[in-house]
Design a protein around this ligand. Sequence first.
Ligand code: XIL
Length: 328
Amino acid sequence: ASGTALAGERPIPLGSAAEVGAFRTDPRYRDALRRHCDVIVPMNDLKWQALRHDRARFDFSGADQIVAFAREHGKALRGHALLWGEALPPWAKEMTTRAEAERELVGHIEVVVDRYKDRIATWDVVNEVIAYDPQPGAPYRDTIWQRLLGPEHVEIAYRTAARVDPAARLVLNDFHFEQQIPGAAARRKVALDICRRLKDKGIPIHGIGMQAHLYADKDVDVDGVHGFMRDLDALGLDVEITELDLIDWKLPADAAGRDATGAALVSRFLAAVVAAKQPKAIVTWGLTDRYSWVHDTFPRQDRARARPLPLDADYRPKPMLAVLERYR
Ligand code: XIL
């Protein structure tokens, strides 16, 4: 890390997810990763869909390329994600028994965590296991894992990861923690309940990842964030920002206006977190507006290009970059 950290705070490692297609074809993308990242996350290549397309053998080709790049350039790595209800190959969605699901989950985590033991220090062990809008008695997302294994799917994942790499930092990663959105308070509570239960059972968990895909037209829940940070502290847990970007589909078209609004929102969000707790890392879900999931998932009605990330589509710095650099 370099540059000027905020007064009284140590610098925070900054980073980005790396999309392997852009990584392979666009030298400017690799330059941007080199320059702007202390930590890199393979965006899709450690997901089941990429690794387990073929049930009989693992395909590490994409992940290995990004891991080698990170090593060559002295970047830390985050692993994303060992268990998720999405990005599964067809065969995994068709599992039918508890025994099969447990065997596959445990076997998968053993192979993947072991392979990257010396390279990947932090894992999103479970991703998006919390129900979208949790109701009493129904805290978990309806996934193949929940259907076949029940709430125990979370414990199995952490237990296995910790057994294979006892030195790894194990994180629970999820969304809608930080803004004024229906369900956000209930989601924070479920996250804390899961962590508390794991700790009570002696199963290691080290932190929570706040994805922070921020809706640019909604404000930060500053009090909610502060309370969440205090509760994490009380449990002895870290926080990291894992997938920061801006969903600008409801903002007026003007590009400069969207960038200014977005940067101000990111600034408010990071200030709310840092005021209460020092995150272990701040990671954006990509670096350049040239490549982002927001284009496909949150298309604008006027069909203008989304502007979710710290660099524009031509790699020019946007106001969001200056906000991030304050912490590095
Ligand atoms: C997204 C990727 O960015 C896309 O390229 C892919 O097609 C789908 O997944 N929450 C997550 C990430 O945890 O893994 C998702 O990434 C975005 C939402």
